[in-house]
Design a protein around this ligand. Structure first.
Ligand code: UD1
Length: 418
């Protein structure tokens, strides 16, 4: 298993083009299953999760070709309807094939994704929403088994709580269902909005784009997907948090600053300077950041996927910060590891109190999940001395060669293979 050896502290300076968003490309790949022919998605990040998803699509009879950052998915000869445990357990987003398979094949057998490092991650809303469209779904020996042999029909469903994955999954069922569907309290994360845009461009009839209520008039068929993946707001936010932590000045290009506003607002509260352009932003940080109070919420609130990275920045703030996690109350595996680097953090249920210290100290730590690992890398860059991060495969799932990108900004990170 690869590990990173980081020598710190270093400041971050320079310019970087942000990659396409992992969480946007996966639903677009699933949406290709709703169509017949060659879908082409560009600005695709080269990530483990994208490769896993490609394997799932190939298991269903699709032919996938990744050429640089362009992915073509040929669904002319779709055959199967099963996403097996061995693949699904590696990536929860595999469940995205459920809605498309029911809508286009009339059958689906998809392994239950199981929990993850920060606790249970249910799929009840995916199931209930698709049932509202007439799918017959049962749980059998660890699999979701579904049938909609006569096709899905229009239905009404309210997501409670708001769910990115369930909104995408049920929406993909509704676009090919007979009649009209009304989906309420839909997630409005930019990745969901990109899916809605892509479906509309392929011929779907959807009203309410960008709002929490989507009204869908089912159509008989869709044209293949053609889309350029939006920039990864979490990769951008991670780098922004890195500047807050390590100090320096970094310009991030190819981003949509609007998607980053919830993160920008928190960093500005920390007295980090952010200058926005149309499709770029510049982050400038001098001394230690100011403490801040953050609560994670669905978009346009502060993203749970940025909680760990901002906590790492709070670890060196000039006072006491508070972080409340409302989406995944157990998502704190990074706390123990940040403490190993000298952070002073008290955890009380879903709230962390972070007492800022002057400087972090390098130490061996363990990457525990994707975003937690990113926080540890940032902390290692800012920490004094050597930090060794074990099990970096977690970070490779969601960041394209993060060590090379941070090194191009002045960090000193070495990947040791093995
Ligand atoms: C997506 C993102 C993930 C991010 C999360 C929240 C992808 C591939 N992953 O995950 O990076 O952390 O959004 O922004 O896009 N819930 C239920 N029942 C369900 C589904 C969800 O109760 O059937 C709950 C969850 O436990 C959680 C909340 O809904 O409390 C939001 O989760 P959800 O938006 O579904 O997360 P994902 O789509 O899995």
């Amino acid at each position: 298993m690869d590990r990173f050896i980081i020598h710190g502290p270093t400041r971050l300076a320079g310019e970087l083009a942000v990659s396409g968003a992992k969480n946007a490309v996966l639903p677009l790949m699933a949406a290709a299953l709703l169509t017949r022919g060659e879908s082409v998605v560009s600005n695709v990040p080269d990530l483990q999760d994208v490769r896993f998803f490609t394997t799932i699509l190939e298991g269903l009879g699709a032919r996938c070709t990744l050429d640089g950052h362009e992915l073509s998915i040929d669904t002319s000869n779709l055959a199967g309807f099963e996403a097996p445990y061995d693949l699904v357990r590696k990536m929860r987003a595999s469940v995205y094939v459920l809605g498309p398979l029911l809508a286009s094949q009339g059958r689906a057998r998809v392994s239950l994704p199981g929990g993850c490092a920060w606790g249970p991650r249910p799929v009840n809303l995916h199931l209930e929403g698709l049932r509202a469209l007439g799918a017959k779904l049962e749980l059998n020996e660890g699999y979701i088994e579904g049938e909609s042999l006569a096709g899905l029909h229009g239905g009404r469903y309210r997501f409670e709580p708001s769910s990115v994955g369930a909104t995408a999954n049920v929406l993909m069922g509704a676009v090919l269902a007979r009649g009209e569907s009304l989906l309420e309290n839909c997630a409005v994360e930019p990745e969901v909005t990109q899916l809605v845009e892509a479906l509309i461009a392929s011929g779907a009839k959807i009203e309410g784009i960008g709002t929490t209520t989507l009204q869908i008039q089912g159509v008989d068929e869709l044209q293949p997907i053609r889309r350029r993946v939006i920039a990864d707001r979490i990769e951008a936010g991670t780098l922004m948090a890195g500047v807050a932590l390590a100090g320096g000045r970094v310009r991030l290009t190819g981003v949509d600053p609007v998607h980053l506003r919830p993160v920008t607002a928190v960093l500005q509260d920390m007295q980090i300077r952010i200058d926005e352009d149309a499709d770029a932003l510049t982050v400038t940080a001098g001394e230690r950041p100011q403490p801040v109070e953050v609560v994670t919420r669905p978009y346009p609130g502060f993203p749970t996927d940025m909680q760990a990275q901002i906590m790492a920045a709070c670890a060196v703030a000039t006072g006491t910060s508070f972080m409340t996690e409302t989406i995944y109350p157990d998502r704190f595996t990074h706390v123990a590891e940040l403490r190993r680097l000298g952070a002073d953090i008290r955890l009380d249920g879903a709230q962390a109190t972070i007492f800022g210290v002057e400087r972090l100290q390098g130490a061996p730590v363990m990457a525990t999940d994707l975003r937690a690992s990113a926080a540890l890398v940032l902390a290692g860059v800012a920490a004094e001395g050597e930090t060794v991060i074990n099990r970096v495969y977690h970070i490779d799932r969601g960041y394209e060669r993060i060590e090379e990108r941070l090194c191009s900004l002045g960090a000193r990170i070495e990947r040791v293979r093995g």
